[in-house]
Ligand binder design. Structure first.
Ligand code: HEC
Length: 176
């Protein structure tokens, strides 16, 4: 083999190696974004179905949490309510009705308060589970309510608060 032919052969080998590298690189480039997209779609699907599940999940009953709830903590949470509500026996209604004796009282039952139509139409009493649902999201439990309060997301805060509300009575309702 002449040195010229040898160089050609080496050149050919190098060319092939280069070609493999280049095509391999392009190949990766073509394949990667695809699998990346697929992964993204999967993640999006997972997170949206997760959100969906959280929304669709039924509200856990508050009753089991009341046994270990803390009324003193509830009194602290109640400060958010005190902007609009009074809590002592015989206190006047403010922006919202007085909340003395509210547990097991009928919906829209406080004398002298102008309730929304939504609240007036709500049948039944303020039992523990009803209060739980209302305090999570007032507008969902009583459509058209004029109580401008977003709600308390944390179940343990609602339990503490409901226990505190229960204490606002001469003969507090029995815990479920
Ligand atoms: C921005 C003022 C405001 C805040 C804050 C507020 N409320 Fe109210 N609340 C109202 C109004 C107004 C109504 C009457 C709603 C209606 O008629 O639709 C009401 C109604 C209620 C009722 C129904 C009373 C009945 O006689 O049927 C309960 C129970 C209640 N609120 C509890 C609470 C609690 C507990 C908090 C604190 C987490 C709170 N509210 C925070 C304004 C408020």
């Amino acid at each position: 083999m002449s040195s010229m032919e040898f160089n050609k052969a080496v050149g050919a080998v190098l060319l092939v190696a280069l070609a493999v590298m280049v095509f391999g690189y392009i190949g990766n480039g073509l394949v990667k974004p695809k699998s990346h997209e697929a992964a993204k779609v999967k993640v999006a699907a997972a997170s949206s179905s997760g959100k969906h599940a959280a929304k669709a999940a039924p509200l856990q009953p508050i009753s089991p949490l009341l046994a270990s709830a803390n009324a003193a903590n509830g009194a602290v949470v109640y400060k958010k309510c005190a902007v609009c509500h009074t809590s002592a026996k015989g206190d006047k209604n403010k922006i919202g009705p007085n909340l003395w004796n509210i547990v097991n009282a009928p919906h829209a039952g406080k004398a002298g308060f102008k309730y929304s139509d939504g609240m007036k139409k709500k049948p039944g009493n303020w039992n523990f589970e009803g209060l739980n649902e209302f305090l999570l999201k007032p507008k969902d439990y009583v459509p058209g309510t004029k109580m401008a309060f977003a709600g308390l997301k944390k179940a343990n805060q609602r339990a503490d608060l409901i226990l505190y509300l229960t204490s606002l009575s001469d003969s507090p309702a029995k815990l479920p």
